[in-house]
Design a binder for this molecule. Structure first.
Ligand code: HEM
Length: 180
């Protein structure tokens, strides 16, 4: 997992729960990297799981809720660091459909070792987009936060239903329905 995902995560933890909590979870998580992340480095996904577990224990916020909050938070980082990806789409549906075929493809060119999910999409009608999330990392709630912020970015109102497709969280279907 890319260092950026860790540095931004720790920044959010410090902002929401304070410096002490951030220091404590880094210490308790007993990380091979020692918690000294650089944004261009690559680190074991297990370190993220460990940080999430310790933060959840300490704050009593569930891991899905932390991941969801992190998705909302990271969207602003993407907006800042990769504005062209957002500008190249004219609607939230176009943007979300472009993750698999364009955005994450470009991300992979920049970082060949990136660990990315895969998405398949389907538009059953003009007002509905179905996105199927597939990843061994089980970060569906993180995707939910990013999807909600994407809708907000394009000023679109929609409901987002998150439907589990596997018991272990590796497959999740999102049904996004536009409202007027
Ligand atoms: C400007 C837009 C975007 C950029 C630049 C971007 C880039 C990235 C990067 C750099 C990672 C980390 C890879 C790693 O750590 O190895 C990532 C992971 C991820 N991205 Fe995107 N992304 C974007 C939009 C989205 C959106 C809108 C969604 C949700 C529908 C999404 C879903 C995910 C998920 C769920 C992961 C976590 C890894 C996993 O589940 O396997 N991304 N993305």
């Amino acid at each position: 997992m890319k260092g950026l995902v860790f540095t931004e995560f720790l920044e959010m933890v410090e902002e929401r729960f304070g410096f002490e909590t951030m220091e404590r979870i880094i210490y308790e998580a007993d990380l091979p990297s020692g918690g000294a992340y650089t944004s261009v480095g690559t680190y074991d996904y297990g370190e993220m799981v460990s940080l999430l577990t310790h933060l959840s224990e300490k704050t009593k916020v569930s891991i899905p809720d932390i991941l969801y909050a992190y998705g909302l938070y990271l969207f602003s980082t993407f907006e800042r660091n990769y504005p062209t990806f957002l500008e190249s789409a004219t609607s939230a549906f176009d943007f979300l459909e472009s993750i698999e075929k364009y955005i994450h493809v470009e991300v992979r060119k920049l970082y060949p070792d990136a660990e990315l999910p895969s998405f398949s999409s389907n538009r059953p009608n003009d007002t509905t987009l179905e996105l199927m999330y597939m990843s061994e990392r089980k970060m569906g709630h993180f995707a939910l936060g990013l999807i909600e912020k994407s809708l907000e970015y394009y000023n679109e109102k929609a409901s987002v239903a998150m439907i589990p497709y596997s018991e272990d969280g590796t497959r999740v279907k999102f049904v996004i329905e536009k409202r007027n």
